[in-house]
Structure formats: structure tokens, C-alpha cells
Design a protein around this ligand. Structure first.
Ligand code: GTP
Ligand code: MG
Length: 228
């Protein structure tokens, strides 16, 4: 059997749980891959496309739909975490602050994190927070794969042009990989599934969740209870 033939058409994903912050994340085992990106970029839709089920994750025309960290078990091993989208202006200051904390803590302290899928709208790539994520993943040695999503909104020629431009803009991030994607049409699905299977197979040292630092537990307890 060739490598291509053995690639599954979809990654079966089952919703496990939602967590408002790191403290309430499920005990981990195996690798986790986080879907990050601006609100409305299509993170949840990407998960639905690769799992072959429109109802795996909630999708909404209203930005800010995903406000919790949502965990999905992947049948072949590992987990995908759909992170709340950033940059949702109408969310209000308190909610944005809470978001920032929960995502920052997750990214900084979740030992099981094996990679990031950074979802961007191909028409609005490289926004400030996207660049922060790239910077952070490079410093932290976490592999990052960028999806230029909603590629169906552009012609094939325009997609190629943007892909090239974005690739050359990442010369400072040699380990970042980029592809065009359409959660609506399934364009780029094989490339993404191949990438995900590789990341989800990452061996995790000790394979147990390292304890959340004491000061963070107190910090999170006092600040998130009232805001959620
Ligand atoms: N045309 C097109 N629309 C898409 C695509 N992916 C997502 N959308 C639409 O974009 C909107 C937002 O999609 P979501 O998947 O909810 O986005 P999200 O990044 O999870 O948003 P938050 O949960 O708010 O962070 C929905 O109306 C989707 O139908 C795509 O590839 N092409
Ligand atoms: Mg979402």
C-alpha cells in the first residue's frame, strides 16, 4: 500500500469536554494539537471538515462563539483542542482578559501541547496576534502549521500568489509551514490530515500532566470564577 492510500479520509473526533481555564482542563495523555486563530477565521469549521462531521464543533456566523477550550479525542490517538478565538472586539474587556489568561496559561503550561494549527482568513493574514503566535511558537519550539482558510473566496491564481508571499514573509520562522485551505470545500484536507497525524503521534515525555504551578491555581480561582 502506498503512503497516500493509507491516509485516512477523515480523523474521527469525539467531543470530550470544555474547560474555562487551564486548571479545569482534563488530565492529559498523548499529544494535543491546538487550533488557534482570530475569531471567525474558521477554526471550528476546519475541525468539522477534517472530522467529516458538521456537528463536531459549533460553528457560528457570530464571532466569539467558542469561548471555552474545547477538547476532542481523536480515535487514532491524541487530542485536538479548539481554542477560543482572539480579537473578538465586542466581547468586552473582562471577557477578553479572561480569554487572554486562559489561552496564555494553556499555551505556557500544557505539557501535552505538540503543535499549533494557526487558522487565518486568507484575505486577512498576518494580523498582529498571528505574528505573536508565530513568535511565541518559535521561541517555545512548538511546531506551527498555518492554514490560509476560506481559500474558496479567491481564484486558484490568487491563492498561489498569497501562499508564496506569506511563505517568503516567514523567513524568520523557518519551522512554520503554510498551506491554503477551505473548510467549506475541503481543499487542502490531505495535507492537513498528514500534518495532524504527524503531530498527534509526537511522543510526550512522561505522558502525564505536569502540575499547574501553585500561584497560577490561586490566580485562576480568584479571577475566573466571577467572569464566567
Ligand atoms: N467561505 C468560507 N466560509 C468559511 C470557511 N470556514 C469557515 N467559514 C465561515 O466562517 C464563519 C466562522 O466560522 P467558525 O468555524 O465558527 O470560526 P471560528 O474561528 O471557530 O470562530 P470563533 O469560535 O468565534 O473563534 C462561519 O460562518 C463559517 O461558515 C471556509 O473555508 N470558506
Ligand atoms: Mg469556533
Amino acid at each position: 500500500m502506498t503512503k497516500k492510500e493509507s491516509l485516512p479520509e477523515r480523523l474521527e473526533a469525539t467531543f470530550l469536554t470544555s474547560a474555562p481555564d487551564l486548571k479545569r482542563c482534563p488530565t492529559g495523555f498523548g499529544a494535543e494539537v491546538a487550533f488557534a486563530g482570530r475569531s471567525n477565521a474558521g477554526k471550528s469549521s476546519v475541525l468539522n471538515q477534517i472530522s467529516g462531521n458538521k456537528r463536531t464543533a459549533k460553528v457560528s456566523k457570530t464571532p466569539g462563539r467558542t469561548q471555552l477550550l474545547n477538547f476532542f479525542d481523536i480515535r487514532t490517538g491524541g487530542r485536538i483542542v479548539d481554542l477560543p478565538g482572539y480579537g473578538y472586539a465586542k466581547a468586552g474587556k473582562a471577557a477578553q482578559k479572561t480569554w487572554q489568561k486562559s489561552v496564555n496559561h494553556y499555551l505556557s503550561y500544557r505539557n501535552h501541547l505538540a503543535g499549533i494549527i494557526l487558522v487565518m482568513d486568507i484575505r486577512h493574514p498576518n494580523q498582529a496576534f498571528d505574528m505573536e503566535m508565530l513568535e511565541w511558537s518559535t521561541k517555545s519550539d512548538i511546531p506551527i502549521h498555518i492554514l490560509l482558510n476560506k481559500a474558496d473566496k479567491l481564484s486558484g491564481g490568487a491563492q498561489k500568489q498569497i501562499l508564496q508571499k506569506i511563505r517568503s514573509s516567514y523567513s524568520d520562522y523557518p519551522y512554520a509551514t503554510v498551506q491554503c485551505f477551505s473548510a467549506m470545500r475541503g481543499l487542502g484536507k490531505e495535507e492537513l490530515i498528514t500534518k495532524l497525524l504527524g503531530l498527534l503521534a509526537t511522543p510526550i515525555d512522561g505522558d502525564e500532566l505536569e502540575e499547574t504551578p501553585e500561584h497560577l491555581i490561586e490566580d485562576l480561582t480568584s479571577e475566573t470564577e466571577e467572569e464566567f
